[in-house]
Design a protein around this ligand. Structure first.
Ligand SMILES: *C1O[C@H](CO)[C@@H](O)[C@H](O)[C@H]1NC(C)=O
Ligand SMILES: *[C@@H]1O[C@H](CO)[C@@H](O)[C@H](O)[C@H]1NC(C)=O
Ligand SMILES: *[C@@H]1O[C@H](CO)[C@@H](O)[C@H](O)[C@H]1NC(C)=O
Ligand SMILES: *[C@@H]1O[C@H](CO)[C@@H](O)[C@H](O)[C@H]1NC(C)=O
Ligand SMILES: *[C@@H]1O[C@H](CO)[C@@H](O)[C@H](O)[C@H]1NC(C)=O
Ligand SMILES: *[C@@H]1O[C@H](CO)[C@@H](O)[C@H](O)[C@H]1NC(C)=O
Length: 581
């Protein structure tokens, strides 16, 4: 039983949270929603200068003023459907400061400070309205500024900011029963709100000089209390939630929050701070049931808030009053718009600049045509061309920080488009000689492509690639070293051997001395003795050379001399001491 109910409760809680906002603010061209100091959503784009803001919790609708719209001034925005509707045609000389909506009678009220008037229209289906709104009260000396409705009792309350005679007044919805509620101790009551929960009025008074105050009274101006009085704030609009008072401060460009029942010494809390835009209007989200709890006067409001069939999104906005077109003119007798320059769409609601420039700012030409001012690095009518696309080669990183793209190349490449491989030369004198000896790298340069072959002709010249092997190869290089050492050793061995061989060749010729004995007589002083030299131990037995002195020391004794034996002896003796000759 509880399961489905709890599930449904959880789902509805989740849906509620998605749409949850605490306060809504108009600032510049934006309608902003905040929850606990965080912007959760914003609506804008079609508007330019949003000012006054009102909230209708029954229809879940915001009403706001765009001061610079061409033809309409007041719009509604349905929070559930996110639909805009223009409600009132713009007056040429208007200054709408306050806006309030009564959901019970579907009446919209606003103050126009320039016209010194309060206007109204009815959003009830079937009602008839003036194009520019119906006049409710025209004032002479008073300058109406802020306005609030008391839906339970059927009153409007407004502030009059004529400095010589400021006041807070009220009247019935039809303008009758007009009465001044507060007119003492006021300087410039800039804003007002009705709190049904406490049945009190709250207003902000921008007092003389640097002073300001937040004050409250009951609905007929009695029991006046000062909630806060301080300095330097310049309050503009004020709103009430279940527990707190919020106000927009133009002095600090911020939104402040203070508990309704705060004691006098409590400082307000700075909820939001704006830097560029100045916020104008502020409304707080509230539950009808919180506001009307235990109040007999609010029966109509309570019925309405509980009767879903009465909540009708489609208000009665006459379609023939020209409000149909957001930025343009309705053609007579037709449901067609003639858009102002720079706008398009069925209701002239779309700016031609919307989504026109891809990477740049859009402005309107004098003919109403969109023009783009591109960001650096982009070109084309809609800034759709990316100059970086395909510009940097070899994985270079493209930068658009300047008008023309620049490349940041990887470690191995250089050039304006990273098109050149970096060249390593072996003739670099600072490279150590040893590394030249041992690394044995070589470079060869080859032309990869000419500029004509590149995708676009960015630069004249050739793309060259230089192939180098400057690295130590763990397999190749040890082999080279070992082979080198081996060949060196071999060379040394060869040299040694060659010298040895040469030495052998230089060995002197073997001389053989043969003493030819013709007689047995001693050879000394014998004229017929002769000596011959035999080369290379050949068998030579003919003496052709003339004889010369014998060698006495080796001369054998005659007695045991035999021709062959002596010859051999002498031979050996001569061979052993060749250098003696
Ligand atoms: C607004 O509407 C009126 C009446 O149709 C027209 O005369 C005027 O030119 C329009 N304003 C602009 C800015 O289009
Ligand atoms: C709001 O946010 C603050 C921190 O940003 C947090 O401490 C605080 O509890 C929140 N309050 C609520 C009501 O969520
Ligand atoms: C303010 O009110 C006084 C009379 O109460 C009037 O004389 C004066 O002109 C008003 N000032 C302005 C700016 O309307
Ligand atoms: C709800 O509103 C419709 C239209 O205003 C009305 O006819 C109907 O009686 C209302 N129902 C209740 C219960 O008040
Ligand atoms: C809202 O009002 C229109 C016009 O009166 C009507 O046609 C439509 O049915 C109503 N819708 C609801 C939900 O009551
Ligand atoms: C030579 O090498 C040094 C570093 O070893 C380097 O700074 C220098 O630029 C090189 N010179 C050339 C011409 O490449």
């Amino acid at each position: 039983m509880c399961k489905t109910q709890c599930l449904l409760a959880a789902i509805s809680l989740t849906i509620g949270l998605v749409n949850a906002w605490d306060i809504a603010i108009t600032t510049g061209d934006q309608l902003e929603f905040y929850s606990n100091q965080t912007k959760i959503n914003s609506e804008g784009m079609r508007f330019r200068d949003l000012t006054a803001l009102a909230y209708d919790a029954v229809h879940n609708m915001l009403l706001f003023v765009d001061r610079q719209n061409d033809n309409a001034s007041i719009f509604s925005y349905h929070l559930a459907t996110k639909k805009y509707q223009s409600l009132v045609r713009r007056r040429s000389f208007e200054n709408i400061q306050g806006l309030a909506f009564d959901p019970v009678m579907s009446l919209l009220f606003w103050t126009d400070t320039n016209e010194r008037s309060i206007f109204w229209i009815s959003l009830k289906p079937g009602s008839k309205n003036e194009l520019y709104g119906n006049l409710l009260i025209k004032m002479d000396d008073e300058m109406p500024r802020a306005i609030a409705v008391d839906s339970c009792r059927g009153y409007i309350y407004w502030t009059n900011t004529n400095i010589t005679k400021p006041s807070i007044e009220r009247a019935r919805f039809d303008g009758t029963d007009r009465k001044v509620v507060v007119n003492t101790d006021l300087f410039m009551p800039v804003s007002i709100a009705v709190d049904q929960r406490t049945k009190r009025l709250y207003w902000a008074d921008d007092k003389e000089g640097i002073h300001y105050s937040i004050e409250s009274s009951n609905l007929d101006g009695n029991d006046r209390k000062t909630v806060l009085s301080g300095t330097y704030h310049q309050p503009n609009t004020l709103t009430i939630s279940k527990d707190s008072v919020y106000w927009v401060d133009w002095g600090f460009r911020s939104v402040w929050k203070l508990a309704k029942d705060a004691s006098a010494d409590v400082e307000p809390f700075e909820l939001l701070k704006f830097s560029n835009e100045v916020p104008f209007g502020i409304v707080a989200n509230y539950d009808i049931s919180d506001q009307i709890e235990g109040s007999n006067d609010c029966a109509a409001l309570q019925r309405l808030s509980q009767n879903k069939s009465a909540i009708n999104d489609t208000f009665n906005i006459p379609r023939d009053i020209g409000l149909f077109c957001l930025h343009g003119v309705k053609l007579d007798g037709k449901l067609e718009c003639k858009c102002s320059p720079g706008y398009t769409g069925e209701r002239c609601e779309v700016s031609v600049c919307y989504n026109f420039c891809f990477q740049g700012d859009c402005t309107l030409s004098s003919e109403g045509q969109p023009m783009c001012r591109c960001q650096n690095g982009f070109s084309g009518i809609r800034c759709e061309l990316d100059a970086c696309k395909g510009y940097c080669l070899n994985n270079g990183v493209c930068s658009r920080s300047r008008q023309n793209p620049t490349c940041q190349c990887g470690t191995d490449y250089e050039g304006s488009r990273c098109e050149t491989l970096k060249v390593y030369t072996t003739t670099n004198t600072s490279v150590p000689v040893t590394s030249l000896l041992f690394s044995s790298f070589s470079c060869t340069e080859k032309v990869l492509a000419t500029s004509q072959q590149l995708s676009e002709n960015w630069k004249e010249g050739e793309v060259t690639q230089t192939v180098c092997n400057p690295e130590w190869d763990s397999v190749r290089d040890p082999v080279i070293v070992v082979l080198g050492i081996l060949s060196g050793v071999l060379c040394i061995i060869c040299t040694f051997l060659v010298t040895k061989v040469l030495q052998l060749k230089k060995r002197p010729r073997i001389k053989k001395r043969i003493i030819v004995n013709k007689n047995v007589t001693p050879m000394t002083a014998r004229p017929d003795q002769c000596e011959i030299t035999i080369e290379n131990c050949c068998n030579m037995n003919i003496c052709e050379t003339p004889c010369f002195e014998p060698r006495s020391t080796i001369r054998p004794t005659l007695g045991d001399s035999k021709p062959g034996k002596e010859e051999k002896k002498n031979l050996i003796a001569n061979m052993e001491y060749p250098e003696e000759y």
